[in-house]
Design a protein around this ligand. Structure first.
Ligand SMILES: *Cc1c(COP(=O)(O)O)cnc(C)c1O
Length: 228
């Protein structure tokens, strides 16, 4: 299948799942996770109408941004080291993978130096997996309150990567849990914090995630094929 066909297929799946969840398809944003794929492949996706790309490594992303249209939108979806926060702030439109107090403060500081406000999501390790990135659920409330105090980050929601499973239904309880956490955090009523976004769902389970309320889905393999 061509990338154009893959994009059409994924957009179709997004539209149907959005309808099942009683929402307009436009309420769900597709982030095409282009990690490991080169600029030529990304250009094919752009030609098929994709505008937002997700990358998990900073330098790899910068190399692609340098040669691609400057009007594309980029989300960082992988772990960010604090010493790379300045570069991430200057090159990405959203950092979905804030996972600690120290990283949040560093992003705020660097965004301040660049006179901008950085849109961020908090990545939550809902399953409590040791091997995984993402903040422990127990730290979420403190970090939400901290985000409310910082002037140069704008917390827009939560992101989750559930434990891998080939079964699309396996992610559903984790998606439901992140919705519950979002509601709990919203109830804190922290000024300046609007947790409208839930970034959840990948190639194998994005339809389930949308049924549960995803507003952002991060899809790689279903668009670009398998990664080496
Ligand atoms: C690689 C990656 C994806 C995309 O995964 P696919 O299964 O290829 O769709 C989504 N989110 C994150 C954080 C990733 O690292």
């Amino acid at each position: 299948m061509s990338i154009r066909e893959n994009v059409a297929h994924v957009m179709d799946g997004i539209a149907r799942a959005a309808e099942r969840s009683g929402r307009h398809p436009a309420a769900v944003t597709l982030v095409a996770v282009s990690k490991t794929f080169g600029p030529e492949t990304i250009r094919e996706a752009v030609a098929a109408g994709v505008r937002i790309f997700g990358e998990n490594r900073l330098q790899e992303a910068l190399d692609k941004m340098a040669v691609l249209d400057s009007d594309l939108t980029w989300h960082l979806v992988g772990h960010l080291q604090r010493n790379k926060a300045a570069k991430a702030v200057s090159s990405f439109h959203m950092i979905e993978s804030i996972d600690s107090d120290r990283l949040l403060r560093e992003v705020d500081k660097r965004a301040g130096q660049q006179a901008r406000v950085m849109p961020v999501l908090f990545e939550v390790n809902v399953a409590g997996e040791r091997s995984k990135t993402g903040m422990p659920v127990g730290e979420l409330a403190d970090l939400v309150m901290l985000a409310g105090e910082l002037m140069h980050v704008s917390l827009r929601g939560l992101m989750v990567v559930p434990p891998y499973s080939a079964d699309p239904e396996a992610g559903r309880p984790y998606f439901q849990e992140i919705v519950r956490l979002r509601d709990e955090m919203t109830a804190l009523g922290v000024p300046g914090v609007d947790l409208r976004h839930l970034s959840m769902g990948m190639s194998n389970d994005f339809e389930v995630a949308i049924e549960e309320g995803a507003t952002i889905v991060r899809v790689g393999t279903a668009l670009f094929g398998g990664r080496r």
